[in-house]
Design a protein. Structure first.
Length: 335
């Protein structure tokens, strides 16, 4: 009997260690996913995969894996065709294990929105997530994004503020609040919130673009360029490259910057790495409307997630007088 008790104690200790390890992997994966850089998210995927290997019935880890695969498509420059099957398989596994897991429904809604453009289905999943766990920061955060992309800014801000109240240390929550204020054209508030986000994490790479766009939208070109330089430094540009950008800006302001960026994007396209939304945005800035619509059509054909921002992103405003943009919004399913 004593021997059996000792064996049971050892088994319990081993099980406890496994639980600690799988939870550790999950937490690391979540932190890295929230950083939203491709390098961090790819590492997050490794941790989530370790967690489900340790426990094949760890529903929350499968949900985290789905969210990480989606994050690569959204922020990491991934191809939707590459990430969608992986994200879909992971979320289906999570829901099969635990259909009452709020985060699984939340990330299912994200997949329906980002990849499938099933907006009614996405909203149903987000509502279900909040019903299952009103105290889930992730559920409120994800629902905020859906409200935002439909232009329901008051609802979006209410949801993201709830997410922040539930998880005030989440840098991602604060970043999403800032970008929502940007889409709502509340640029001064957006700038203040985005700077607050960088005070929490100076390396949060996706914040800079919203600061640049907010300053440009309010007409402060100099501040916008200052943040552009900081972004290029973060991208790893060498001092000679930074000086080159400064020279271009001094000579021809933002037009010169966009001309160079468009040239670089076209080179990427020739090399088989087209990012049609970037090509479209640069073309819009250079008042090349026909070219911009051509690139948007290609982005639509590839079902690029950024097409879901057509209704709210201020960068599309110069095209709103053209009925073709309204037609694209309709075809995406946003109206």
């Amino acid at each position: 009997m004593r021997f059996l008790l000792l064996v049971c104690e050892q088994c319990a200790k081993i099980l406890f260690c496994f639980r600690l390890l799988e939870n550790h992997c999950f937490k690391l994966g979540t932190v890295l996913t929230d950083k939203r850089s491709r390098k961090d998210v790819e590492k997050a995927i490794e941790y989530f995969e370790q967690a489900v290997k340790l426990d094949p019935n760890y529903a929350l880890a499968y949900a985290g894996l789905a969210n990480a695969e989606t994050a690569i498509a959204v922020e990491g420059g991934g191809n939707p065709r590459g990430q969608y099957p992986k994200a879909k398989a992971a979320i289906e596994k999570a829901l099969a294990i635990d259909d009452n897991l709020a985060e699984a429904h939340s990330y299912s809604g994200e997949i329906k929105f980002v990849f499938e453009w099933d907006f009614a289905g996405a909203e149903a999943q987000h509502k279900r997530a909040v019903e299952l766990n009103p105290n889930s920061s992730a559920a409120h955060r994800m629902y905020a994004l859906l409200h935002c992309y439909f232009g329901r800014f008051d609802e979006a801000i209410e949801e993201v503020k709830t997410a922040i109240d539930l998880e005030p240390a989440s840098v991602l929550n604060h970043k999403i609040y800032g970008q929502t204020l940007y889409f709502a054209r509340r640029y001064d508030e957006a700038i203040a919130q985005l700077k607050r986000t960088l005070e929490m994490d100076a390396d949060f790479s996706t914040v800079h673009k919203f600061l640049i766009n907010s300053y440009r939208a309010k007409g402060d070109e100099a501040q916008a360029f200052e943040w552009f330089v900081r972004q290029r430094i973060q991208f790893g540009d060498k001092p000679v490259e930074i000086q080159s950008w400064k020279t271009i800006y001094a000579k021809s302001s933002w037009r010169g910057v966009f001309e160079r960026q468009l040239e670089q994007a076209k080179e990427d396209e020739k090399n088989g790495k087209p990012i049609y939304m970037q090509l479209a945005f640069h073309s819009i800035e250079l008042e090349q409307r026909e070219q911009a619509f051509a690139y948007l059509e290609r982005a639509f054909g590839e079902r690029r997630w950024a097409m879901t921002t057509l209704k709210v992103d201020p960068r599309f405003d110069p095209l709103r007088v053209d009925p073709r943009l309204d037609d694209l919004v309709r075809r995406v399913g946003l109206k």
